[in-house]
Design a protein around this ligand. Structure first.
Ligand SMILES: [Zn+2]
Ligand SMILES: [Zn+2]
Length: 149
């Protein structure tokens, strides 16, 4: 056995599924961890699984709830609930409402309520009024051809 055996062993462990896994920072606690699809270190991931179960339990009882209600009832951070929603964890099963970013009305999809998104669309439309087409100057090429000899 040579002295590098340990080092070689380490690299084999890092080579999961045929590719070298990278290191990343956990998006929850900022700790360095072996990258995975969840973006969380094992500890935070475990906690999140647990929190998710709490939320699912709560939603089963209520059927429909706002993010605010979920946070109050389960003690899970809003940021975490939003992250779970982004991953589509509760999609289809429950209706989670959150306030419209513009007027605060409770909505279940997107960032704005139907009214506000329509307002914004209208604004975009009016600000994008078609520019007057520049008249392309028709150039007349006068040829110096003397027709009358
Ligand atoms: Zn973490
Ligand atoms: Zn709104």
């Amino acid at each position: 056995m040579d002295q590098y055996a340990d080092g070689v062993q380490l690299w084999i462990e890092f080579d999961l599924g045929g590719r070298i896994m990278g290191l990343g920072y956990c998006s929850e606690c900022g700790k360095l961890y072996l990258e995975n699809t969840s973006g969380l270190c094992p500890q935070c991931y475990e906690l999140e699984e647990f929190e998710e179960l709490k939320i699912v339990d709560f939603l089963r009882e209520k059927g429909k709830a706002s993010i605010e209600q979920i946070c109050k009832a389960t003690g899970v951070k809003e940021k975490t609930v939003l992250r779970m929603m982004k991953r589509g964890r509760f999609k289809g099963d429950f209706e989670i409402t959150h306030p419209c970013e513009s007027c605060g009305e409770l909505i279940s999809e997107g960032r704005l309520c139907a009214k506000c998104s329509k307002n914004i669309l209208d604004q975009v439309k009016t600000s994008e009024s078609p520019k007057q087409e520049e008249r392309s100057g028709v150039r007349v090429y006068s040829r110096d051809i003397l027709k009358n000899k």
